[in-house]
Design a protein around this ligand. Sequence first.
Ligand code: ZN
Length: 325
Amino acid sequence: MSELEKKKTEFEARIREFVGLPEGPPYLCPDAVNEAMIRHWCDAMGDQNPAYLDADAAAETVHGGLVAPPTMLQSWEMRGYPMHDATRLLPQNNQRKLHAAFDEAGYTGVVATDTEQEYARYLRPGDRITAETTIESISEEKATALGIGYFIVTRSVFSDEQGEEVGNLSFRVLKFKPAQEAQAAQESAAAPAKPTRIRSPYGHDNGWWWEACQEGRLLIQKCSGCGELRHPPRPMCGSCQSTEWDSIEASGRGSVYSFTVLHYPPIPGYDFPCPVGLIDLEEGTRICANIAGVEPEDIHIGMKVECMFDDVDEGLKLPFFYMVE
Ligand code: ZN
């Protein structure tokens, strides 16, 4: 069995443990069946049946008084605004836990698909309803237009104060891995890699300096004739024309002599805005490098900085100068 199949088997065993469990304790609906909610519901639905709305007319019907539309059944247990945030609504609720298990496994999408309702009797104003919801079934994995997922069916049974069932409904949702996200992930995996930085010219006269960078060391070339430091590396001393040279390792400490912040044009491999500084190293030479770890607007001339080597691309470390507090 592959690792993927093993994971799926474990996941399915985990979700199937929820089948048959109550969603939570029985829920006493917050409001008794009442005329105001019935009127609003009929208004929204465009239902003008006098048995729901006109007490005098309703008295003349087979009901002998006002009744609630049977299809309002679920509205009595609607839990209001907290329903917008599943995590805050009944954290111990088994249905929430089940959905969390799906979310963890990547089935983050949810869509209600259908409901079936049965009515045992008409509800009347004053009835107090209790709802008990059970996780009834979870389907096999299905491929749907929205993505692969599982159908979860819950059943809610509604009872009156005498414990008599007044109706029940099943509610089916699809928990799925959003196909668009899966496609986007696939596309980004197939997308070309982020462009790398343009490499500096690298040759006999300066390769040694770049090699030291890859080891995290900032070197400064030093003339063997007169002892003058120079950067960037070059073959001959500008003061005594000696071609003999050595190097010293810089402390990395310095201050900003000057700087600029590049915005445009965007050069592949760099993040913009891109601050570039001319740094006075404490050894006495200057180096041009990126300034990092500070908002561009906070950079100022004279700012104390210290060099750190960061990986910018695969196999390329570069010195960055960070502000020293
Ligand atoms: Zn020299």
